[in-house]
Design a protein around this ligand. Sequence first.
Ligand code: GUN
Length: 297
Amino acid sequence: MTATRIDGKAKAEQLAESITEQTAALLADHGVKPGLAVVIIGEDPASQVYVRNKKRRAEACGFHSVQHSLAGDTSQEDVLGLIDELNRDDSIHGILVQLPLPGHLDELAVTQSIAPTKDVDGFHFVNVGKLSAGHTADAFVPCTPAGCILMIEDELGGDFSGLSAVVVGRSNIVGKPMAALLLQRNATVTICHSRTKDLPGVVREADIVIAAVGQPDMIKGDWLKPGAVVVDVGINRIEKEVDGETKTKLTGDVDYDEALEVAAAVTPVPGGVGPMTITMLMFNTLRSARLAAGLEG
Ligand code: GUN
């Protein structure tokens, strides 16, 4: 059996088209243009790439897009000052501070200083609390798990009753919100992590597997239940010899080729979760603009 390759790139493009249309309608009918501010602090090369892609996508959707690039030694006070300005700026509906931050900055203080109504990352405790209480009507859900859920729903429909889901990884950005979303759709959810006993055995019970650990190709084909839906959140850069040359290659947390032989559907890396994550940021920003205009909620 060869599994379906879940095309996150195509799905993200489809969704972005719909967001672009809704953005044009919001401007034409209500004079509101969604505004996204992305703050990047320091020179981390991977973060620079992610932020550039976010800006590009925001512009393509027709958003007001602002980028603040701050020096790596910017003080906590100056970062909080900028966020305060953006919180009070009516042309901005979404604020994202790219993580990780330089070591001298307090990540918790920074993420919690963003107004919950502009927290399109879904990291503020108000949004975390709403998600964990199943109150998602006016909450912002973190972009990566929100994108994963849409891809799983394409395979399995919107109700996961009777299905078991295993989330490998317990981060606040992916693992925990992912588990909350799966639970909201009636899956029986297990969260695994580095202290889990017999991880392969636990994963083998799952109809839905979410891999979010940051370990290249860790989840092998023989860890999977035949017919499982597998979503690979990992983005690992590995060095690989190709024709005597060392090249950098992106790979996920799942051994993709092995998984294809066992699962029903698998997301590739790249081209799976990544493009969906960026598009969900646009979705959240449009939603924030609509909420601010009194059109949703
Ligand atoms: N760095 C890696 N992923 C993310 C994300 O989803 N949001 C932010 N703000 N930073 C990140």
